[in-house]
Design a protein. Structure first.
Length: 313
């Protein structure tokens, strides 16, 4: 058994994970992100203690505690450097503190790296050694798994797949670059594209669901698509093309054994996976690109918990 802890700017989620990757107990507590380092760590401790209270037998059985934390961080030393949404931690030795308090080995990494590892060990990437993992949501994150291990790069900053530029004349991304796939195909980008298509007065269920043009969100596009709305279909077809271009670059760079995709936008794009796979050879030098499985991740909202636990394998 191991405990996975998923730390965000507003919450800490924790779960007890068994050797098959099943999450047997879960909890969620508020994160104290704007106070002292000790106050922030107390939220992590409280989440772990809640798991032990729910499953007392786990206290003696747990062999490690894994943690997903916003970056930047140093996975090798277990230090959270200076994440913008966790101002309480600057150069904070997170793994050392966890080991001191709970007396078991601890590991820390970013959520996409960890989630990718969980998919390889227990999820949709089982049976594959080299996997590219992407999470599509409010942002686009990525993890690279080589030989069933996370590839961190020289400084721990590898696998920023969401910030691969596919259109240098495209919109400015939050990272400062132009035309990143995150700026073009994340949840907010889907909403922007839908609003642009609707701005001329086109009728669509998207507007009915949203209640107005300014209120359109990606989830409204997804709901309208499920009702065969023409505008929603056009939006998601364009997003599917952008993702195909991006994944074609990824295939030419890495040629993974498998591509695993998770996150809320991934669920929306699931009906397009087959089309994306079939079209990959048009956007890759590798003409066997379509042979690479493109699959939905096993872990949805629990990807952070499972991923954190996978760090302790």
């Amino acid at each position: 058994m191991r405990i996975g802890v998923d730390i965000g700017g507003t919450k800490v989620a924790a779960g007890l994970v068994d050797s098959s990757g099943a999450i047997t107990h879960k909890t969620r507590v508020p994160m104290i992100s704007a106070g002292t380092a000790a106050a922030g760590f107390s939220a992590v401790s409280a989440a772990v203690e809640t798991i032990f209270a729910a499953a007392p037998e786990a206290r003696a059985a747990v062999t490690g505690i894994g943690l997903c934390s916003p970056g930047p961080l140093d996975p090798a030393r277990g230090i959270v450097i200076n994440p913008p949404n966790l101002p309480c931690w600057r150069g904070f030795p997170l793994t050392a503190e966890v080991e001191r308090v709970f007396g078991v080995p601890a590991r820390v990494d970013n959520d996409a790296n960890a989630a990718g590892l969980a998919e390889v060990l227990w999820g949709a990437g089982q049976g594959y050694a080299n996997v590219f993992y992407a999470t599509l949501g409010t942002g686009i994150g990525a993890g690279i798994i080589f030989d069933r291990k996370i590839y961190h790069g020289r400084t721990g900053s590898a696998a920023e797949g969401g910030h691969v530029t596919i259109d240098y004349r495209g919109p400015r991304c939050g990272c400062g670059k132009f035309g990143c796939i995150e700026a073009l195909a994340s949840g907010p980008a889907i909403a922007r594209l839908a609003r642009a298509k609707l701005a001329g007065g086109t009728r669509s269920q998207i507007l009915e669901l949203a209640g107005g043009l300014d209120e359109v969100r990606a989830e409204h596009v997804g709901a309208a698509f499920r009702e065969d709305d023409a505008v929603a279909t056009a939006v998601l077809e364009e997003i599917a093309l952008l993702l195909t271009v991006w994944l074609g670059n990824i295939v030419d760079l890495l040629e993974p054994d498998c591509i695993v995709v998770g996150g809320g936008v991934a669920e929306m794009m699931g009906p397009f996976f087959e089309k994306i796979s079939c079209n990959l050879p048009r956007w890759a030098i590798n003409q066997r690109a379509a042979e690479i499985p493109l699959v939905m991740a096993r872990y949805g909202a629990d990807a952070g918990i499972a991923g954190a636990a996978a760090l302790c394998e």
